[in-house]
Design a protein around this ligand. Structure first.
Ligand code: HEM
Length: 180
């Protein structure tokens, strides 16, 4: 993944727990990079190792860390660093989610080696939809739940997210019912 992802993990940890904790996490994860470069590619494994080390050090399940990272990504990283793209994504939660399948197309114009997830929307009503999340990466369901929760907060919209089908549970991809 692009370095911007690891940088965002770093920013989340440092703002909540300080530089020393971040250095401990990197050491525990066996990550030797002094800094991450936003537009350089890094093996996915580095991101997973950072999350694993943070989980061990803070005695918090990795799922909880990924969920918090999803919220942080929307409310801080994306909104502050890519405000124009987030604004162009839609004026309400429903509109934004309906545009989500094409969201990373625009991101890929800036980051051409992006390997983004795929999203599809079905069963849209005025107050709900099903969001299909398709990826070759494992274990990121709680990250998506955190992203959705962050989007709800961004639009000041109380949203309920229910996992209807999961890859971990044997499905071929994750399906979330989002109701608002
Ligand atoms: C301007 C805002 C955004 C930027 C710049 C961005 C960029 C990225 C980048 C760089 C990656 C790592 C993939 C790679 O490096 O090959 C990624 C992955 C991902 N993005 Fe975004 N993204 C943004 C917004 C969103 C939003 C709004 C969602 C969903 C609500 C989302 C969902 C995901 C997911 C789930 C992944 C994990 C990869 C996977 O599942 O395979 N992103 N994105």
């Amino acid at each position: 993944m692009y370095g911007m992802v690891n940088k965002a993990v770093e920013e989340m940890v440092v703002s909540a727990h300080g530089e020393t904790v971040w250095r401990d996490i990197k050491r525990r994860a066996g990550v030797t990079e002094e800094v991450f470069i936003s537009n350089e590619g890094y093996p996915d494994e580095i991101t997973y190792r950072l999350v694993g080390a943070a989980s061990e050090l803070m005695q918090t399940p990795p799922e909880k860390i990924l969920h918090a990272f999803g919220e942080h990504w929307v409310l801080n990283t994306a909104r502050k660093g890519y405000g124009h793209m987030m604004a162009a994504g839609g004026k309400s939660l429903g509109e934004f989610l309906c545009n989500l399948p094409h969201f990373h197309d625009r991101v890929a114009l800036i980051y051409p080696k992006l390997v983004p997830p795929r999203f599809e929307v079905t069963d849209r009503t005025a107050t709900s939809l099903k969001l299909h999340y398709i990826t070759h990466r494992a274990g990121l369901t709680p990250f998506v739940e955190g992203l959705l929760s962050g989007l709800g907060r961004m639009f000041d919209t109380a949203a309920r997210v229910t996992l209807l089908q999961s890859k971990a549970g044997g499905g071929d991809h994750d399906i979330f019912l989002v109701e608002w």
